[in-house]
Ligand binder design. Structure first.
Ligand SMILES: [Zn+2]
Length: 483
């Protein structure tokens, strides 16, 4: 059979891998959005032909490791282009994916609306002269809308963790918890071809032990081929205190010792729930000052409900907390901000407070006006709880920018900016080494590194070779291996 690397090859985003059996049965593992920024001097190829270098109508099955958009974000396009089969994933992944895809669809709708407005402002053109087909250019071809998400979700089927599922006479799959996000899995495929069994493991994104709410990554079986992420292939997490201690300290420094404001940019799905749960734990231990905490993101509110609904699939500590307090994300002084008007009104709140809002990289969303309002306030701390990729406003701030541009205006940065990696959902270098070391170098035939910066992969490869793994590959996009 053949294994094709169609995305997240020598880069982080756009996970997409194709297994083509000799009998023609074809399985796609992940179907993510490529969110890479063009490197210096290069133009990103956005034509639809680059979306899928295969015919979606010929695909038999899609497996999804987890909900993040760089793994799931192109699924509606698969169905739009004729895919008729199922997407198999875990139940929480199904719920979170629907939320994220609908959010993407509404962003796409806004982008198309802006395009329409730009076309309308051209001289002599009125709305009736513009056809919807005019908006379908190569650049916008991949913009699916809400109806296409609804159509795609009808193909989703959820499976339990840890139970082998026979998808074909000769193909069995098992989802194994990775502790990266609610529902996130590594996927084991057991395939028999010409009487010989082969085992593949697609890591998805690997998590870490003791992460708030999530079950630790589960032990892995021995396989013949491992397709492993390498996001933190050359980095270790730095935080040496618990999430609660780190959070308590920054709250004390910002809102107690001075009467300031704490702004936490956080991804709506996963990160915000880890932050809210940590605050809830501080609250029940009476370690929070009596100040308002605003959770200000509609997407975060919806994903928090999903986390709450799936509390039976969280770690034992979270389950015990739920049994005792009947809610993981609701506590005194926490306010879920309903609409944009109320969000903007927070700037009139004159007391110290905490604002948690999205997006985590300040690329869009309500966090932007909170940042604009408070950047020049020396009593404000902006507390980053996650990674921000190069070229984003979040990355500039995290890296000490003294001037900051947002929506064509320049602001002096007077607020204090701090960050932590204690809430990162990815395992670090040490975790990744331990993940791979569950395999034996003698048994593993090939190890493919994906989903990482090229440098990170190269460094990780050197370390893995030192551990005795000889056949370590860094596939390029489009590369095909006979397996
Ligand atoms: Zn992920």
């Amino acid at each position: 059979m053949q294994l094709k690397f169609l995305g997240a090859a020598r880069q982080v985003t756009g996970s997409m891998f194709l297994l083509q059996l000799n009998d023609g049965y074809t399985i796609l593992i992940d179907c993510g959005l490529d969110m890479e920024r063009p490197k210096n001097g290069t133009q990103k190829d956005k034509t639809p032909a680059s979306l899928f270098p295969f015919d979606p109508t010929q695909l038999d099955l899609v497996l999804l490791t987890h909900a993040h958009i760089d793994h799931s974000g192109n699924i509606p396009n698969l169905y739009r282009l004729g895919y008729k089969g199922q997407v198999l994933c875990t139940a929480p992944t199904q719920a979170l994916t629907e939320l994220l895809l609908q959010d993407s669809a509404s962003i796409n709708r806004k982008k198309l609306g802006n395009l329409l407005r730009r076309k309308l402002t051209k001289k002599g053109r009125t709305r009736k002269h513009i056809k919807t087909s005019d908006l379908r250019t190569p650049e916008t071809e991949h913009y699916y809308l809400e109806a296409q998400v609804t159509q795609a979700m009808q193909g989703f089927v959820s499976l339990r963790f840890g139970e082998a599922f026979q998808v074909q006479e000769n193909v069995k799959i098992t989802f194994i918890e990775t502790g990266h996000l609610l529902g996130a899995a590594s996927i084991l495929l057991e395939i028999t071809e010409n009487g010989s069994p082969k085992r593949f493991l697609f890591s998805g994104d690997t998590g870490r032990k003791n992460y708030p709410l999530l079950i630790d990554p589960q032990p892995l079986p021995k396989v013949d081929y491992l397709i492993c992420e390498s996001t933190y292939g050359n980095r270790e997490h730095q935080a040496d205190k618990s999430p609660e201690d780190i959070m308590e300290q920054v709250i004390y420094e910002t809102c107690v010792s001075i009467p300031g404001r704490l702004i936490i940019p956080a991804f709506s799905v996963g990160r915000t729930q880890a932050v809210l749960y940590t605050l809830n734990k501080l609250s029940v231990k009476k370690r929070l000052p009596p100040i308002k905490i605003f959770s200000d993101s509609p997407l975060a509110l919806e994903s928090t409900k999903i986390y709450q609904n799936f509390h039976n699939m969280l770690n034992s500590e979270a389950k015990a907390f739920q049994a005792k307090h009947h809610n993981l994300f609701d506590f005194e002084n926490l306010v879920y901000v309903e609409n944009l008007k109320k969000s903007k009104a927070i700037s009139n709140h004159q007391e110290p407070c905490i604002i948690i809002s999205a997006s985590g990289m300040i690329e869009g969303g309500r966090i932007q006006h909170h940042i604009r309002e408070n950047l020049q306030n020396p009593y404000c701390t902006i507390f980053f709880t996650g990674y921000a990729s190069e070229g984003t406003p979040g990355h500039a701030l995290m890296n000490g920018a003294t001037e900051f541009q947002l929506r064509k205006r320049t602001y002096q940065v007077k607020a204090r900016v701090v960050s932590t990696d204690v809430f990162s959902g990815h395992g670090d270098h040490k975790d990744l080494i331990n993940y791979v070391k569950q395999q034996s170098p003698e048994h593993l035939k090939k190890l493919f590194l994906i989903h990482g910066e090229y440098q990170s992969m190269q460094d990780f490869r050197v370390d893995l070779m030192e551990e005795g793994f000889k056949e370590v590959f860094l596939p390029e996009k489009g590369e095909v291996f006979e397996v």
